[in-house]
Ligand binder design. Structure first.
Ligand code: CA
Length: 228
C-alpha cells in the first residue's frame, strides 16, 4: 500500500483528500503545521508527499527544499495561484509536479499515481535493484555476480564494467561511453584497456570466451550485452 504524506493546513481540503485517497488504496498521513512536515517524513518515509505552499510554521517552499536535501521522494505542490507555479516547479525547489487550487480530487489522484509510477524508476537508477540478463545477475548492493546461479568473483573494474553493460543490456555502447562510465571522462589511456577488460570478463562469464554470446562485439563501434 503506497504511503502518502499530506501537508495541508486547510481541514476541509485535507479531510476530503484523505477520504478519497484512502478509498483509492493509499495510506495517508496528514499534518497541518509546516513544522511537523519533516519529522513526519522521517517517521513515515512516505512514497510521495503532497505539499501545500501556504502553511503555518514553515512554508511549503522551505519544506520542499529541506526534503530535497534529504531525499528524492516525489513531491506534488498545491499552489493557490497559477502565478506561483514557476517559482515552485521551475526554480531550484525541485518539486516534481504541482496542482493549482481549486483542484479536482480526481486530478490530484491522477497526478499522485503518475508520480508514484516514476518513483520506482528513480530507485532503480540508484542501483538498488539487482539487474539480470542472459543468465547473468549483478547485485551492486551486495557486490555480487552470479552466472547461471553460480557466484563469480570479479575485480572492481570488471565488476563495474559488467554492471554497466548489464544495466544497458540490448543497447550498443560505444568504446567512448564505456570508458567514460568506468574510468571517467578524464581517462587518458587508450581503448586497449577496455578491450583487455572485456576479454577477461568473457573468460569468466562466457560458456566459450572465443565465441562470446553474452558480451557481443559490435564491429567498429563497441559492445552490447545480450538481453536474452
Ligand atoms: Ca494552506
Amino acid at each position: 500500500m503506497p504511503k502518502l504524506l499530506l501537508v495541508e493546513d486547510e481541514k476541509s481540503i485535507a479531510e476530503g483528500l484523505a477520504i478519497t485517497l484512502e478509498a483509492e488504496g493509499f495510506q495517508v498521513a496528514w499534518v497541518k503545521d509546516g513544522l511537523d512536515a519533516i519529522p513526519a517524513w522521517e517517521r513515515i518515509r512516505p512514497d510521495l508527499v503532497v505539499l501545500d505552499l501556504m502553511l503555518p510554521g514553515m512554508s511549503g517552499t522551505e519544506i520542499c527544499r529541506a526534503l530535497r536535501s534529504r531525499s528524492d521522494v516525489p513531491i506534488i505542490m498545491l499552489t493557490a495561484r497559477e502565478a506561483e507555479v514557476d517559482r515552485v516547479v521551475g526554480l531550484e525547489l525541485g518539486a516534481d509536479d504541482y496542482v493549482t487550487k481549486p483542484f479536482s480530487t480526481r486530478e490530484l489522484v491522477a497526478r499522485i499515481k503518475a508520480g508514484l509510477r516514476r518513483a520506482p524508476l528513480a530507485e532503480q537508477l540508484e542501483d538498488e535493484v539487482p539487474v539480470e540478463a542472459s543468465g547473468v545477475r549483478v547485485d551492486r548492493v551486495r557486490h555480487e555476480v552470479e552466472v547461471e546461479g553460480s557466484r563469480v568473483d570479479l575485480p572492481p573494474k570488471e565488476f563495474e564494467l559488467l554492471a554497466y553493460l548489464l544495466e544497458h543490456a540490448g543497447r550498443v555502447l560505444t568504446r567512448g561511453q564505456l570508458i567514460d562510465a568506468i574510468w571517467g571522462s578524464d581517462y587518458v589511456g587508450d581503448t586497449k584497456t577496455l578491450d583487455v577488460h572485456i576479454r577477461r570478463l568473457r573468460t569468466r562469464i562466457e560458456p566459450d570466451p572465443h565465441a562470446p554470446v553474452r558480451i557481443q562485439t559490435v564491429r567498429g563501434v563497441g559492445y552490447r550485452f545480450a538481453d536474452r
